[in-house]
Design a binder for this molecule. Sequence first.
Ligand SMILES: CC(=O)N[C@H]1[C@@H](OP(=O)(O)OP(=O)(O)OC[C@H]2O[C@@H](n3ccc(=O)[nH]c3=O)[C@H](O)[C@@H]2O)O[C@H](CO)[C@@H](O)[C@@H]1O
Ligand SMILES: C=C(OP(=O)(O)O)C(=O)O
Length: 417
Amino acid sequence: MEKFIVNEGKVQLNGHIRIGGAKNAALPIMAASILCAGTSVIHDVPNLSDIMLMKRILEYLGAEIIYQNNTLFIDAKGINKTDIPENLMREMRASIFLMGALMGRFRTASIFYPGGCAIGHRPIDLHIKALERLGAFVDENHGVITLSASHLVGEKIVFDFPSVGATENAILAAVLAEGRTIIHNAAREPEIVDLTNFLIKMGAEIHGAGNDTIYIDGVKRLNPVEYTIMPDRIQAGTFLLAGAITNGNVVIENITVEHLFALIDKLAELGARISLGNDFIRIKAEKICGIDIKTLPFPGFPTDLQAPMMALLCKAEGTSVITETIFENRFRHVDQLARMGAKILVEGRSAVVRGVNTLKGATVEAMDLRAGGALVLAALGAEGTSTIENIKHIDRGYENFEINLQSLGALIIRAKD
Ligand SMILES: CC(=O)N[C@H]1[C@@H](OP(=O)(O)OP(=O)(O)OC[C@H]2O[C@@H](n3ccc(=O)[nH]c3=O)[C@H](O)[C@@H]2O)O[C@H](CO)[C@@H](O)[C@@H]1O
Ligand SMILES: C=C(OP(=O)(O)O)C(=O)O
């Protein structure tokens, strides 16, 4: 098992980081690449364990894949299976995207419940409902979910909640359905826009992505394309917060600034100095004060930055209230932060964070991906040495995390038990 050791935290981080492609855009786009029989070339695909797992699933289905220098070549011509074994499905949440993609291309799919970070119950009822609306017959037997349709027909889908994954799955199936699909209460996350840009380049007819109503006019076939994944707004946000917790001066480059408006607004409110360019953000922070945060679907404050933001607010002057509205079990970093001296009280969906002057190095465990990111930030802002264990979670979503932090001056190393 690998771990991070952060030596003598409290080093001010200084310098520039180029942000790579977004995991949460790359994963559904990899699934989308199987919608046609040909080779798609996808650039800026981050080297992360979730990406490698999606590659393994596509290879299991029969795709031929080369991954070189962050570029994926996916040849989906030879796909000859439509079932995904339980062990592959259970490794991550994003395996569920293949339900929509397989239905889109083959009109049949046999899957299991997906896995993923233990941040809540995370059902797939909205995904299934969307596929049923398009005409899929769904049968569940001993955990195996089998979907089939003689043909898929465009329909109106109204989501009870703007689920990111269910919106993506509905799109993946609807692009090759007959007629028009209208998705109401669709998620508006930038990763959905990136997926639809990829699909539009393949020949799909999609309008309205990024708004809460998306219109999809099914086409007969799609073609392979070359595409570059959008920059990762969550990694970008995490580095901004790392700059802030170390009172540093950090510039993140290759970023779409509008994707981070909710975070930028909160960073300004807590007292950081922010400068914005076309594709960069600079943060300088000296003293920060407590603020309130509520996670919401985009364009609200992202749940994926809630834990890293909590790490920063542990050191703010005054009290902060953080309310998590998206996932019901996304405070598993609280007990670990407490080991470092943080003062946090959880009441239902809210955490009250009383700022302390100093956090102290400790041995802590990454309970999930962003919780792990938060612990690394806390360690960077703490006195003394910290060990962060179970970093396989962090490797799911932060590419070259320690190398990037080292380039900013952080004393962090990866070690084996
Ligand atoms: C691979 C990927 O892109 N993951 C992101 C995606 O996850 P994911 O797509 O799983 O997140 P959703 O937007 O679907 O989930 C939001 C809420 O809806 C609920 N829900 C979802 C589907 C469903 O069928 N039924 C249901 O009740 C979930 O339990 C959760 O409470 O969006 C989340 C919210 O921005 C992010 O934290 C994840 O990083
Ligand atoms: C929760 C996350 O990912 P997933 O949906 O893949 O579990 C995340 O990226 O923070």
